[in-house]
Every structure is written in C-alpha cells, then in structure tokens.
Design a protein around this ligand. Structure first.
Ligand code: BG6
Length: 512
C-alpha cells in the first residue's frame, strides 16, 4: 500500500509556519552526554534546516571549567560524531559556532547565576534574542529543583521576553518525589513555563498515532471493546544498561521506561478523540484515559505483573554478561530489567479489553510496536480447521525501527481449492515519504521554542504515571514473590512467566 502524499489544506489552528522565535537556549549541565549526543546535533540540524532564526544563541553552563572556544571545538566534534549527515556544512557550522557560548557554573553557587544573568544580557543584546530564554535542565536529576530555585532567586525565571524551562527525565523516582518536584518547580515557575520532556512523544511515529486515529474515518468505529480483542505493546531493547548501572540500580524498567514512555503510548491508544488539537484538549484526553486505568492492588500485582532480570547470553551473535556482572550493579541485585503487565481501562470504550505491556533490556530484537488484535469473525464460514491456520486480524503500528503500519488479514491462496492464509498490507515511512525521520529532540526543542507544550507531559500526567506503578514498585520491593534472578537469558523474549501471563488468557505474545 503506497501512500500518496497529498498537500495539506491550510487549516485553522494547525501551525504550518514553524520557525522558532528569537531566543537564547541555556543548557544547564552542558558537559554531559545528552548535550553531545542529542541536544547540540538537534539544534544544529534545526539551524541547518533554517528552522531557527538568525537571532539565536546557545549558552552551555556546567561545573567543568572551559573557555568558549574549547566548547565550540568540542561541540563541533560531537555534532560530527552524532549526526547522521555525511558531512557538516562548514559554512553553516561556522555561523552556528559563533552563536555558542560557555560559562562555568555550579548549581549551588548563587553568584554563578548572577554571572549567567550578566552573560545572558550580553548575548541577548549581541544576537537580538529579544529577552526570550529557554533553560534546558540537563543536570543530575537531584539538581533540577535547586537549579530552578537558583534561577528564580537570580531573577532569571522572568524576563522582558518569555522564559521556558525544559525538565529532563527522570521526573522523580516515585510518586512522592514527583509531587515534591512539581511543587518546587511551581514555587518559581508557572505551569505554562514548564516543559517536562518525554522523548517518545517527539518520535514521528508516536505523533502519527493521533493522525492515524483521528484523521481517518475507518478505524475509529472499530476502536473499542466490540471489535478489539486485546492490545499488545512491546518495547524491546537489545542493549543492556550501557554503562549506566549506577542509575539503573535505583530505577529498573518500571521506573525507567514504563511509567513514562510506555504510558505515553498507552494513553494515545486508549484516549478519546480530543475536541481540538489545542495542547490542553489533547492532554486532557490523555490524562482522562489514564485516570480510568484499573488500580494495581497487591493481589493484582501478583496476578498481572511479571518481572525479570537478564543473565548472560548472546544478543545479535555477541556474547554478553548478565545484568549483575555489569559495572555499577550489585552482584545480588534485585532490580528488574524486564516487566510484563496486564492493564485494563474501566470505561465504556475498553471495558474488559486487556492491554498487555512488556518492556525489557537485552531482549531478542530491538522493536517498539503496538499491536491491535481484532476479534475473530463471528461465524467461521471457512471452518475452524482452516481458520486455525491464520492469525486474527491485526493492526501493527511499528514505532521503531522500520517505522510503519501493517494490517494483517486473511486472503485466499490462488488455486482451485479454497485455502486461506495471512497477508500483510504495509505502509512504510521510508518508501512512502522518502525522507529520513527527524530526531525526537529536534521536534521537541522546536516546539518549546514555539511555545507549544502538546508533546510535553503536564503535571497531572507525570503524577498519574507514578500513581499507577507505585503498587508494583512497592510490592516488588517488599517481597521477591519466590522469583529468583536472573530468570531470562540475554537475547530471548524474557522470562517464561511472561508467556504464561498472556497464555493464561488463551492469547500469545507476538514474535515481531
Ligand atoms: C531512556 C531510558 O529514557 O530511553 C533508556 O533511560 C532507554 O534506558 C531509552 O534505553 C530508550 O529510548 P529509545 O528512543 O532508544 O527507545
């Protein structure tokens, strides 16, 4: 199925002009990995695509002492290393580099924020940024609240232009800390100034979920308990903890992936149609969906949640160590690197429809997909035996990699006898649009510079995510429940208990 790309008619309320407003982006924690790998390459690509105006500058701030020239050179290397472009356009880089500055700053030192303020005044004047400021909190998470406090005390949360603050993940480590962080941010900032990032929302395929569901008339009538048997969300990674053992030990997959990224996908699938594309209208519907998610009691955690931790194995033909052998991880760690859950939404649309969710590290394949499994035809005209050979109708939305959508249905095998087989109708981003998909951070940074918070998490969303998973976290911390780790081999699809969880309901996980 090749999609023909039609020109979009101009629609009121839809922003087609997407050049950012003049501004200075201030990265707090600029010496970290995120700046090198994601932020600077994204800002550079936006500049290259002329989506950032000339009246723009970036100020990197971190504890490491460094001169602006060294910062510029370092950023050039990072952009070269982490961009997909074959070569950096030297001319574009030279003019971009002139807009980069660096200042040494310790989050706990008020005088450093005064210094930052003075530098911002100067940079603002030189580049004509009109007092608009975007602060990106890329520090250690325990410094987020302190950084905002210091900005507030130094008078930097107000300006003659706009001031917005992007808060990186993790947003708290449990419900209490997330609430506390929201409270402390609100002491110095209006909610409209706070942009809580979840990079999954910046992925092109995730944004397409809204378009797919609500720009088409044919799917929505089927999108409910009458026609859908169940939904599977798979978020599988082949990587391990990638040198972040210290952080991961205090996290685990429920904190690291499920309460944020996976729940974002879940809410986009389960939500009702919003009245408009207004940020609040969309976010209201997402939170409404999550509000109807059935609570996990301790009993439900035992029945409907499975945890796993990988042991040594082979991934992609390469031998890898078990989680407990990773640097920074305790030898007897009980942190989960895999989880599978069954969720229900107690509302009219979804009553009785199970949503099976699994997420894990060191699994057999890197894939994030949402599979909508429709109910069987009500009457087996072709006989049970024949129909047993085919899977039920499925709509598979591939978030990554190999982005696209597949509809799986039964068709007659050509020939004189009637035989039925599954076939696919495929949409692939690559072949239909012929463009490389933009990186999530590009879209999200641009949206923030445009003042559009639709793809950012609101206070209630961050807290609701935690609220849902807290009983799981608490029950798993309280008891091992007889589970001994490791319980799955790296390079497989997780522990046996995950298969048992779904097979108990006479269903099976897809093997993507
Ligand atoms: C991050 C997690 O938020 O998302 C990582 O901290 C994880 O542990 C990553 O690997 C996955 O992101 P993506 O975009 O590769 O699916």
């Amino acid at each position: 199925m090749a999609a023909t790309v039609l020109e979009n008619p101009l629609r009121e309320g839809m922003r087609l002009e997407r050049t950012a407003e003049p501004c200075v982006v201030v990265i707090l924690g600029a010496s970290g990995d995120l700046t090198k790998r994601k932020l600077m390459p994204a800002l550079f690509r936006l500049a290259q695509a002329r989506l950032i105006p000339a009246e723009f500058a970036v100020v990197g701030a971190a504890r490491t002492a460094m001169e602006t020239d060294a910062f510029r050179a370092q950023m050039r290397d990072s952009v070269a290393e982490f961009s997909d472009e074959q070569e950096i356009d030297t001319q574009v880089w030279e003019s971009f580099a002139q807009k980069l500055y660096y200042v040494t700053l310790d989050i706990s030192t008020p005088a450093d924020f005064k210094g930052l303020g003075a530098l911002l005044e100067k940079v603002d004047r030189e580049h004509g940024a009109q007092g608009n400021r975007l602060f990106y909190l890329s520090t250690a998470p325990q410094l987020f609240a302190e950084a905002v406090k210091q900005l507030g005390v130094a008078g930097l949360t107000k300006s003659r232009g706009w001031v917005r603050v992007i808060v990186e993940k993790p947003f708290g480590s449990d419900l209490e800390s997330a609430r506390e962080l929201n409270r402390r941010l609100h002491e110095h900032l209006e909610e409209s100034q706070i942009y809580r990032i979840d990079h999954y929302l910046g992925k092109e395929t995730v944004q397409n979920l809204l378009v797919f569901r609500f720009a088409n008339g044919i799917y929505e009538p089927l999108w409910n308990r009458q026609y859908i048997d169940h939904v599977q969300i798979t978020n599988a990674e082949t990587v391990g903890v990638e040198g972040r053992g210290g952080y991961y030990e205090s996290a685990g997959v429920v904190r690291d992936m499920i309460q944020n990224h996976v729940f974002q996908l879940l809410s986009l699938i389960a939500m009702e149609p919003p009245a408009s594309l207004d940020a609040e209208a969309v976010r209201d519907e997402k939170i409404k969906a999550l509000t109807s998610a059935r609570a996990f009691t301790a009993e439900r955690v035992r029945a409907d949640c499975v945890r796993g931790q990988y042991g040594a194995g082979a991934v992609g033909g390469e031998t890898v160590v078990g989680y407990c052998e990773e640097p920074g991880v305790a030898k007897d760690s009980t942190t989960e690197t895999f989880a599978a859950l069954v969720m229900y939404f107690d509302n009219w649309r979804w009553s009785g429809v199970p949503f099976f969710i699994r997420s894990g590290k060191r699994l057999a394949k890197r894939v994030t997909e949402i599979a909508i499994r429709f109910k069987d035809a009500p009457h087996q005209l072709f006989g049970r035996e024949m129909m047993d050979q085919v899977a039920a109708n499925q709509l598979i939305i591939r978030i990554q990699p190999d982005e696209g959508i597949t509809l799986r249905f039964a068709a007659k095998v050509p020939g004189q006898v009637t035989r039925v087989r599954d076939v696919n109708m495929d949409f692939r981003y690559g072949s239909s649009f012929g463009v490389q998909l933009a990186e999530a951070y590009e879209r999200l940074l641009l949206d923030c510079m445009l003042g559009d918070p639709t793809l950012y998490a609101r206070t209630d969303m961050t807290e609701r995510g935690w609220e849902i998973v807290m009983p799981i976290i608490e029950e798993w911390a309280r008891t091992t429940g007889g589970v001994t780790f490791p319980n799955y081999e790296a390079g497989t699809w997780g522990p046996e208990a995950s298969d048992e969880l779904i097979e108990r309901t006479s269903r099976r996980w897809r093997r993507p």
